[in-house]
Write a protein that binds this ligand. Sequence first.
Ligand SMILES: [Zn+2]
Ligand SMILES: [Zn+2]
Length: 281
Amino acid sequence: MSLLGAHISVSGGLHRAIERAVALGCEAMQIFTRNPLQWHGKSLSEGEISAFRKALLSSGMKSVVSHASYLINLAGDAHVRRKSVDALKAEIGRCYQLGIDAVVLHPGSSGDAPPMSARGALAASLREILDGTEELGVPVLLETMAGQGGLLGSTVDELAWVIDALDWDKRLGVCADLCHLFGAGIDVSTEGGYERLVSSLSRHVGLDRVMCWHISDNKGGRGDRVDRHAHLGEGGIGIVPFGMLVADARFHDTPVILETPKDGPGDAGNLALLRKLRGSR
Ligand SMILES: [Zn+2]
Ligand SMILES: [Zn+2]
């Protein structure tokens, strides 16, 4: 069974996120360890670290992942890359301190640069980050993107290219985002489409590297390169792949994280739907 969870607010303190996730019955969760729209985050205090670790230990939560800052662009110009490398190293440090299992990263944007040179820049940045945080061991999961604005990672093939450029480093994985893959043009709305996606992941990166899933429906159509999250079943994707994913034995113990809007049915409603689809309750 996959681990059902959601992106949870850390408002009021990091440990509060665990309380919220427990109240929702989450088996896994994703948080921001810092404001994702700012470069500089203050370092964590001993008190914050111990409160989080204590709450985590008593929660029964099976997996916690962090989502890196949205500002990070490891494929950007020299100035942005420098700041981004430092920011991701700091994020990995915070994950290590908090006992978080992995960090999910938007691979970056090529901007005006040709995609191949941007890919090379991304690989070089990741090399520096992995080498500089070797003893911390926290995996970095490259998220699949919808491809808007020159975003790298809109194909599984491109993520595989980056991982290959880093000699299949054991700390590199993939976060497969169904909303983004659909926006990038991959048909995930049918049983056949879902199976083709999984075999593509298996062929290009191997399923043991798919260490996290993000799920939400997409308000846009397939291939629109739109990244607008909708409640499960309320967009172009429909419900089929979500039901298949949460019951898929190939993703046993893999976090499946809701990134649906917080309004309407909210996390509680979407989680209830997933549990029903999984047949666990
Ligand atoms: Zn993301
Ligand atoms: Zn998105």
